[in-house]
Write a protein that binds this ligand. Sequence first.
Ligand code: GLU
Length: 465
Amino acid sequence: MNPRVRFAPSPTGNLHIGGARTALFNYLFAKHNNGQFLVRIEDTDLERSKQEYTDQICESMIWLGLDWEEELVYQSKRTQSYQNAIELLLSNGSAYKCFSTKEEIEKHRSETGSFSYPGFWRDRDQADIDKALEIESPFTIRLKIPNEKNTSYHDMIYGEITIENSELDDFIIARSDGSPVYNLTNVVDDSDMGITHVIRGEDHISNTPKQILMYKALDLNVPKFAHLPMILGQDKKRLSKRHGAMGVQTYRDDGFQPEALLNYLSLLGWNPGTEEEIMSFDEIIQKFDLTMVHKKSAVFDEKKLNWISGQHLSQQSNHTIFSNIKVINANWGKSESQDFCLGVIELMKSRSKSLVELIEQSDYYFNDPIDFDEKSVRKTWKNETGIIVETVQSILEKHENWTTESLEETLKTFMAENDLGFGKVMNPIRLALCGTVNGPSLFSIMSLIGQDTCFRRISHALGTL
Ligand code: GLU
């Protein structure tokens, strides 16, 4: 059987890490099993739902590459289907009108301490109901929980789950203004959309028995369920912005690449069962197995995300990175040739976690450092440094073959002959050329930025420091 799954966000905010992980696992399950992945917008909460959030969620999904099939389904456009379902439940005796007032229910609560609705209108005489309707008393509609003892289902991740029906009171399925509740709309939609597997966050586990009873009351096929483990922050509290987790769009704006983010998200609650964690999207699809998703909560680890992102970046071709950088910053590298920019990328890609970081850390390839940070100066620029750097300058002036290898050979010979270590020679030169004491091979940097730039920067540093 080819599964049909869906991601069903409520458009009350941007797509965040948790939502993206749910969407991804649905997508992976569909693609791994030659199935279909759909999206439904659960926008019945008219006050909190906004079209702009729907647009942002869709944009983020498209950016991630989680494209869906068929048209978006909006719950707000499906009122008639919900009304039909409610009518059916009323006519087949699975639901009833409840005229209990708030005060009556609260009184019951304070007298018994129980929060369940005791079924005041469950088996009421038709005459009572007619009377209430005649005087236009407001009513809700409640599902009649069957008298059987339990409701059970097999969760593809959590295994057998059984709930005693006594724990489920006759819950409201339509409010007094007639609007249907989530547990009804969700079931009607999943059925109409032909969803075979409902894969969603474990915060919905408690809704599932209610939904199963709803499927049965409507005489519909019950889909399979899989609840994904919660995502926590490092402090083991529910993941939030506080933990550094950001919306998908922010990762995009910070220059993270979709493949890297998807790779990281795929590991939130699952792993391929092998040591290797860096995977292309195709590999993840091929290896993904929903039944191997853990029950244990996953912990969001920003450092690991950065590491994975860096690994993906270093594996990408320089040309690909170049065109991706152009998407987020069209002006980058404009003052230099394309070959020069590709050279910068080659040197910096394995040292950056994201494109934005690569751009930020590459400034010295394009611009002469003007100020030198005090701490680095104190550490690298000693009394004798000026003389050493001047000597290096004069050696370089005579140097003809301006390549990485030949520069390395010349400078290493100079250091060996004068019994000078790297720290005394190369660190000050690096400070002069780059304005920082960290970076990739200095010989490669020198060869890339060229002789004139090197001389100009070294002279400036000698003058300033
Ligand atoms: N709209 C629900 C949510 O965002 C989706 C529940 C479901 O997937 O069934 O949590």
